[in-house]
Design a protein around this ligand. Structure first.
Ligand SMILES: *[C@@H]1O[C@H](CO)[C@@H](O)[C@H](O)[C@H]1NC(C)=O
Ligand SMILES: *[C@@H]1O[C@H](CO)[C@@H](O)[C@H](O)[C@H]1NC(C)=O
Ligand SMILES: *[C@@H]1O[C@H](CO)[C@@H](O)[C@H](O)[C@H]1NC(C)=O
Ligand SMILES: *[C@@H]1O[C@H](CO)[C@@H](O)[C@H](O)[C@H]1NC(C)=O
Ligand SMILES: *[C@@H]1O[C@H](CO)[C@@H](O)[C@H](O)[C@H]1NC(C)=O
Ligand SMILES: *[C@@H]1O[C@H](CO)[C@@H](O)[C@H](O)[C@H]1NC(C)=O
Ligand SMILES: *[C@@H]1O[C@H](CO)[C@@H](O)[C@H](O)[C@H]1NC(C)=O
Ligand SMILES: *[C@@H]1O[C@H](CO)[C@@H](O)[C@H](O)[C@H]1NC(C)=O
Ligand SMILES: *[C@@H]1O[C@H](CO)[C@@H](O)[C@H](O)[C@H]1NC(C)=O
Ligand SMILES: [Zn+2]
Length: 460
């Protein structure tokens, strides 16, 4: 009796201790696999269905493909690139749009004038955490990476310059990664297919086919360059984007001057999400805008839907206008561009995709969708650094990793083992308690003895 109880205790103890993590954040001797994160701006998810990408297909055929990423509102370049590297919604990281105004300091932000740390400091991007953990990070023009954020400037980085070619950006990154083994995170930004999407509109299949084929060639160049520098297959590579693109038209214009007098408000940002500060007669400004156009939603800051994660920030202006898909807000005049993005982040046309290759990823794994904020906890896990508080979930992405047990068979086996462990544990506990009872309890002694008689042969 006593020995069987002791055995049970031992059994439980070994199970508990073997399930505890044994190492430190940077496992297996601190030899972390480097991660390269690549963004092709404005790569709409369904381009993958409508065009051919021989190189990209080669890239993810032995790796991971997520058909669609649900990105963050506003579906603009800067908010989404900052969400990818912080795991935060726009209201929490503070980069809410391409143009911003801060009422307390009266400062202005635009993507041409973005280097004041003030706008970025609310969040800590992954490259800062990587360097704080004792590694090095490198970036080629990822939005924000040339800014001093949280009193930290990246040494391996470029000032934004659209004239520096893809292969020069990539060449510098791979050089840094091979020269300095401490570089564990590198980010690479490229302007296409966004630039052509705006210029021609995504419905111009001839131009889009041309530019998307060029983008695919760049993926080929990337694989080749990684191969010749010995990095291919050794490092983890993620290729993704910030948002999609939709067709606009001269027939879908919302003209503000027809509804509100131009001197009654200040326009901080215009289309497809307008940020408006009423200057006088704010009730009338709101009323006039509310009845302005059936394809434009008008919100007072407080009435913005929670799902947009956009209202809890002092840089969100008092009135926000959101155009329906494909509609363009102008003050007056004509259509500024044939393609645009920035619309509601539930629209599939606003979603980008994600593909990955490298030792960490489950080969040939595909997922229909994922939240773009979930990428951050995944990347922190890959590098082995603790994530900052964020809006993503590692649980939702863990199955993309080769070493996680996720297949349906593994899940079923896991469930059976789990149930067995629980059953044995309870049996053990029950036995332990019973053993204690035998020596003390009098009224049920007989019952106990009866049972013991049955049990005894089985135990030995
Ligand atoms: C774990 O990491 C911490 C902080 O980086 C370090 O101080 C500590 O020495 C590490 N412990 C082990 C066992 O590696
Ligand atoms: C850029 O922004 C800063 C701070 O908001 C401002 O002082 C400066 O004048 C701006 N520069 C340009 C060229 O607009
Ligand atoms: C920001 O822009 C507004 C409107 O154009 C202007 O009144 C204000 O002075 C600007 N702030 C700074 C710091 O330049
Ligand atoms: C910012 O960093 C520099 C050196 O990198 C340091 O001397 C300075 O004290 C830091 N400032 C703050 C406010 O942390
Ligand atoms: C790095 O970028 C510069 C341009 O900024 C370019 O002249 C140089 O060739 C690049 N280096 C490599 C190795 O590609
Ligand atoms: C890498 O280079 C080797 C030798 O040149 C070649 O056989 C292989 O196909 C290349 N792999 C990729 C992914 O380009
Ligand atoms: C609101 O609309 C009315 C009627 O069109 C117009 O007379 C008035 O000037 C507008 N008010 C403002 C503040 O734009
Ligand atoms: C108008 O402005 C006043 C004072 O700033 C404010 O109390 C009120 O809520 C505003 N109303 C609207 C509709 O914005
Ligand atoms: C997003 O994460 C930040 C940081 O943890 C938190 O403050 C914020 O409340 C989160 N937002 C939501 C909607 O959970
Ligand atoms: Zn973009």
């Amino acid at each position: 009796m006593q020995t069987s109880g002791l055995l049970c205790v031992l059994l439980i103890w070994t199970r508990l201790s073997s399930s505890l993590p044994s190492g430190n954040g940077s496992e297996s001797g601190g030899d972390t696999t480097p991660l390269l994160l690549v963004s092709f701006d404005g790569f709409r998810a369904d381009y993958l269905k409508h065009y051919t990408f021989p190189n990209l297909e080669k890239f993810f055929s032995s790796g991971l493909l997520v058909h669609e990423l649900t990105n963050v509102f506003t579906t603009k370049t800067f908010p989404n690139h900052y969400s990818l590297v912080t795991g935060l919604y726009a209201e929490s990281h503070g980069i809410l749009a391409s143009m911003m105004y801060d009422p307390a300091t009266k400062k202005n932000f635009s993507i041409q004038n973005d280097s004041d740390p003030f706008w970025w400091n609310r969040a800590k991007p992954i490259w800062v955490s990587v360097e704080e953990a004792g590694y090095r990070a490198a970036s080629a023009m990822w939005p924000g990476s040339d800014v001093n954020i949280q009193n930290h400037t990246l040494e391996y980085s470029f000032r934004y310059n659209s004239r520096v070619s893809f292969s020069e950006r990539l060449g510098n990154l791979t050089q840094w990664m091979t020269e300095n083994r401490a570089v564990k995170f590198a980010a690479l930004y490229w302007e296409e297919p966004d630039r052509s999407g705006h210029l021609y509109g995504p419905e111009n299949t001839k131009e889009m086919r041309r530019v998307l084929s060029e983008v695919d060639d760049l993926v080929g160049l990337l694989m080749e360059q990684l191969n010749t520098t010995g990095l291919w297959g050794k490092i983890n590579v993620i290729i993704t984007s910030d948002h999609g693109m939709t067709q606009c038209s001269e027939d879908r214009l919302i003209v503000l001057d027809k509804c509100v007098s131009p001197d009654s408000y200040r326009l901080v940002d215009l289309t497809p999400v307008a940020a408006i500060i009423p200057l006088k007669d704010n009730v009338t400004v709101y009323t006039n805008l509310s009845g302005c156009h059936s394809h434009m939603k008008v919100y007072l800051k407080d009435t913005l839907p929670d799902r947009l994660h956009y209202k809890n920030n002092e840089r969100t202006q008092p009135i926000i206008l959101v155009a329906d898909e494909g509609w363009t807000i102008v003050k007056h005049g004509s259509l500024p561009r044939l393609g645009d993005h920035g619309y509601d982040n539930t629209l599939p046309s606003m979603h980008p995709f994600l593909a990955a290759h490298g030792p960490a990823f489950r080969p040939g794994y595909t997922m229909l969708s994922l939240n773009s904020v979930d990428l951050y906890p995944l990347m922190c896990h890959l590098i082995g650094i603790p994530p900052m508080p964020n809006n993503g979930s590692f649980a939702r992405v863990r199955c993309v990793l080769a070493h996680e047990q996720c297949s349906e068979l593994a899940l079923a086996v896991g469930a059976v083992i789990g149930v067995l462990i629980i059953l044995t544990t309870f049996t053990c506990l029950f036995r332990l308690m019973k053993n204690r009872d035998v020596s003390s309890a009098r009224p049920f002694a007989r019952l106990e003895l009866d049972e013991d008689d049955d049990d005894e042969p089985l135990l030995e």
